[in-house]
Design a protein around this ligand. Structure first.
Ligand SMILES: [Zn+2]
Length: 326
């Protein structure tokens, strides 16, 4: 009995010493733990909101991310503010679209960046072989890559790999988040293809303000006509309006679309020109071409903007109203 008591007491004593030792050890390690949880987060700056959104989804709370070009703003024309220049200079990583989309930001800031901050173009890497070539845009490529979800998935992979390389301690976390996000994007791509297929093939003609939807057309089966060409810097001329109006009449296009980041006067002029010839074309709604919607709204995310665009297009072009004489 005594022997049993002795054994039990000894065990308790050992246990107490272990707990005490453990506690003591924990105490001495506390400052270190505190440091690791408050370790400096990667500071990431992105140009367009569609890139900012991917970075947020992959980096989540382990990075600080700032977007430069806000809702409804045209990246072709955006000139960085003094605050943007400071933010870009302080960044650990800068992500941009490239292909001359952010021409004025690149010209004003990128050449003056510290050597260690090398901006990362999300359209470089594997995506390069999938680009649409064009003689209309400086550099020879169409920059509006995000309108094909399968291509934007490649941009997401490039962002994932860049974050993981810059911050190896969180690499597994970035890979895990990217895996989940890419799965959602893959589903989205299939959904958009199915929705587009609801429009009869001969009605799948997308007329918009500027040629932002070339990748969209290629991915989801639309012929695309823009009033303004690939770059919004060009002026809309009377001949452009007349030519597009003639195309609409000839092809019996029931609806065309305005864009949230570019002025709508040009499209309204085309509508008036069509009407002057005795025909009618609807304005089917607003599409998010080169910028997302307001934060907190469904269109304030990349996924939401893509769904909005396809829903708007399908609703207008699927309509049994189709093309009609006035
Ligand atoms: Zn554009």
């Amino acid at each position: 009995m005594d022997r049993q008591f002795f054994k039990t007491s000894l065990c308790l004593l050992v246990l107490l010493l272990m707990v005490a030792g453990g506690c003591q050890k924990d105490n001495t390690e506390d400052p270190g733990n505190a440091n690791s949880t408050t370790a400096k987060k990667l500071h990431v700056v992105a140009t367009i909101s569609m890139i900012t959104d991917i970075v947020k989804n992959i980096g989540q709370d382990r990075i600080d991310v700032t977007g430069i070009v806000g809702e409804g703003i045209d990246p072709h024309l955006y000139k960085p503010t003094a605050g943007d220049v400071e933010r870009l200079k302080d960044a650990d990583i800068i992500f941009y679209n490239g292909l001359h989309l952010e021409a004025k930001i690149i010209g004003a800031v990128f050449d003056k960046m510290p050597a260690e901050t090398k901006p990362v173009a999300v359209t470089a890497g594997t995506l390069r072989s999938q680009l649409r070539t064009t003689s209309e845009f400086q550099g020879g490529y169409d920059p509006h890559v995000w309108h094909d979800v399968s291509l934007w998935m490649m941009a997401a992979e490039r962002i994932r790999d860049t974050l993981a390389q810059a911050d190896p301690n969180n690499a597994e976390y970035y890979h895990s988040n990217a895996k989940n996000y890419l799965a959602v994007l893959k589903t989205l791509h299939g959904d958009l293809q199915n929705l587009a297929a609801q429009i009869p093939a001969q009605r799948r003609v997308l007329v918009t303000t500027h040629d932002a939807f070339g990748y969209f057309g290629r991915a989801y089966g639309f012929e695309v006509r823009g009033l303004q060409g690939l770059n919004t810097e060009t002026e809309v001329g009377v001949a452009d309006v007349r030519e597009l109006a003639a195309f609409i009449i000839e092809n019996r296009i029931p609806a065309m679309f305005v864009e949230t980041s570019t002025p709508s006067q040009g499209i309204k002029a085309v509508q008036a020109a069509v009407r002057a010839k005795g025909f009618e074309v609807e304005i089917g709604g607003g599409l998010f071409a080169d910028a997302m919607g307001a934060p907190g709204t469904p269109e304030g995310t990349y996924i939401g903007l893509m769904r909005h665009n396809v829903d708007t297009i399908v609703k207008a072009l699927r309509s049994e109203l189709a093309y009609r004489r006035q």
